[in-house]
Structure formats: structure tokens, C-alpha cells
Design a protein. Structure first.
Length: 155
């Protein structure tokens, strides 16, 4: 779920759901409570203002999705050269969607192109579709633009 390109933030829930792991997912202007439970556990009583979704452990650990998500997340500390970032983002400004292999080819050595693209996904700059796993034809899109920050503005 954390790799869902529509998710802006995940944060601990402010309520306690006994025997469960609870956190809030923010998307644009909406919030959703996600409650993780062990398989076979009784359904906990959830009293919350936001909509809630119950997720079983088996769903989270389902393969090959878990391995793919771990592989992407492993690139979160990959150094990304500014020139590589600019080339990838400029390409995605010209086309709405590109294949992982095409974007990876834009990255200059010695950096690994696939790790650079996946690292940009971890940084929230790109959206990677893992529906078919990580492969040369994995679809990649640019995420929403970052909000503009006026550095000359005074509080």
C-alpha cells in the first residue's frame, strides 16, 4: 500500500485497536484508517471518524507483491544525480507513461538505471505499477508536482 502513488502520507493512528496495528493513510484531501490483524484473529471493533479498512497479515505477505515492494524500498537510499533526475522527469513531461527500461536507459554510468528510477519512486517523484512485477515493461508515471515554495516569502 505504501507504494500506491495516490498515497501522500502514512502516520500512526491516534486510537488504539487492541491486538492490531493501526495507521492512517492520507490521500489528497481524504484520510483512511488501516488496521492490520493476524490471520484468524477476531475482527476488532473499530470506532473512528474516517473510513476504515481491515487488512489480514496474509494479504500483506502475499507473493510476489511483497518481494517486489521490498525490492523497490531497498532503493530508497540510492544516490540520484541531479542530471539523471532532470532527464527522467523531462522525459515524463513529454510522455504520460514510460517503461522502466526506457527510463533506466536515460541514467548515466556509473549509476544503476533501474535503482535510480525505483529510488525516485521511493522519494515520491514517480509512480511505479507493480501489477505485473518489476520487469523491463513496468509502467512508470510522474507523480503530482511538488507544491511551490516561495523562498523569498517572509512569515
Amino acid at each position: 500500500m505504501a507504494l500506491d502513488p495516490e498515497i501522500d502520507a502514512m502516520e500512526p493512528a491516534k486510537l488504539d485497536v487492541p491486538g492490531s496495528l493501526a495507521f492512517v493513510v492520507r490521500r489528497a484531501s481524504s484520510r483512511m484508517l488501516v488496521v492490520g490483524v493476524h490471520d484468524g484473529s477476531p475482527r476488532p471493533e473499530i470506532v473512528a471518524r474516517e473510513p476504515a479498512v481491515l487488512v489480514c497479515r496474509a494479504t500483506v505477505l502475499m507473493e510476489p507483491f511483497l518481494s517486489d515492494a521490498r525490492a523497490v524500498w531497498a532503493t530508497r537510499h540510492c544516490p540520484i544525480a541531479a542530471s539523471d533526475r532532470v532527464r527522467i522527469l523531462a522525459h515524463l513531461d513529454r510522455v504520460s507513461e514510460a517503461e522502466l527500461c526506457d527510463l533506466a536507459a536515460l541514467v548515466r554510468e556509473p549509476a544503476d538505471g533501474v535503482e535510480t528510477v525505483l529510488g525516485m519512486a521511493c522519494a515520491g517523484e514517480l509512480s511505479v505499477s507493480l501489477s505485473d512485477g518489476i520487469c523491463p515493461h513496468t509502467k512508470v508515471r510522474r507523480r503530482r508536482a511538488r507544491p511551490v515554495v516561495d523562498v523569498d516569502a517572509h512569515p
